[in-house]
Structures are given as C-alpha cells and as structure tokens.
Design a protein around this ligand. Sequence first.
Ligand SMILES: [Zn+2]
Length: 212
Amino acid sequence: MTLYIPLLVYCQIKDFVELCDLEISGLGKISKYRDGFLVEKVKLLEQEVSGANTKMDAAGLGKLYHEIIQEEGNLAGWKLWWHSHADMSTFWSGKDIETIDDFDNETPNNNWWLSVVFNHRMDWKARLDVYHPSHITINLDYLKVEQIYSQEIREDCRLQIAQKVREIKVSYKKEDPIELPLDTPLTKEFFKKILPELRKKSLSYNPPLDVL
Ligand SMILES: [Zn+2]
C-alpha cells in the first residue's frame, strides 16, 4: 500500500517538520487513491509540547475540528494523523500507539485511521489502523510524491477539459476509386495507356498476378 503526497503538500509537511525542533503534530485530509491514499491537505494542531513525545492535545483537536467544520461543513476525509519526531528516528513510540488507539471511534462505521511520522531527514513511517471488527495494523510500504496539487483539483481539471475542449476530427476526402469492370481486357493497350493514366490519378490497379 502506498501513501501518495502531492508535491506542494509534501513541501508543507517538510516545512512544518523542519522549522520546528519539537515533536509537533497535525491532521490531514485523505482520500483513497490508486493502491493507497492521497494526502489532500494538512493542518497543524494547536498544542502544548514538552521535550519528550507528547500525547495528542484534546483541546487542540477540538479547535481544529471546529476550524475544519467552519471551512468545509464536515470532517469527511480528515482521517490522517501526522507528527514529527524532529531529530529522532521514525518509529511508533508508546505514546504514539496510545494516540492511534484513541482514534478508534468504537463503532462499526468508517472506523479506521491513517498515521504517519516524519523526522528532520524526512524519513517516514506510515500505518493504517482498522479498528472494527478487530484492531488490525497495516504498514504502508511506499511513499510517493505526486506532481499534482490535489485529487479535488485534478477532478476539476478533468471536468473542465470535458466541458471546454472539443476535438475536431480532420478527415481527408478520398476520391471515389474508379471501378474497373472485371472483364477489362488486359491488352497491350491497357498496360501502355490505361494503367499509366490510372496511376497518374493516384489510383492503383493491381492486375492479377498470373497476367504479369
Ligand atoms: Zn511519535
């Protein structure tokens, strides 16, 4: 399974991660894409961070959810938790696993979550947790940076192309071929006069092989 990140979103994550020496975290909006998921956008959580790894700040999460609902009307697709390990390697700490466990909505509906951790070198680790009917974890094998802005914008481009672009098919009218009667006598005159005339008009006539 692959985590696809559009170039600009990847650069934004890189900026968040690189510009802060603390283990900050945020949410991301994702959609199913090819053999995995595409990160549509990311937002930073309001958070209080102490030196060692910090657990998700519930108040910060509530504020960010509120902000997203103001902007988008709902939380659809906001199912990614990203965080930074700053200078440390990328692994799932005990606190990370507690945070991931907290994303279990304890219902059978849409009960899954994607998590990704980066560090200053932009090493990464990503996992999908499906909580229902029983909790399973699937590690993502690849991260690919896509040269698209987002799937939403890509679909809009596709729609505009369909609405605004018409292909004009140019067809070259062919002259109607002259049908030679089947009983055209294959005389000397035919080969010397008629056939060269037909060839001048770009018409081809292939006499049966046995008469050549
Ligand atoms: Zn962590």
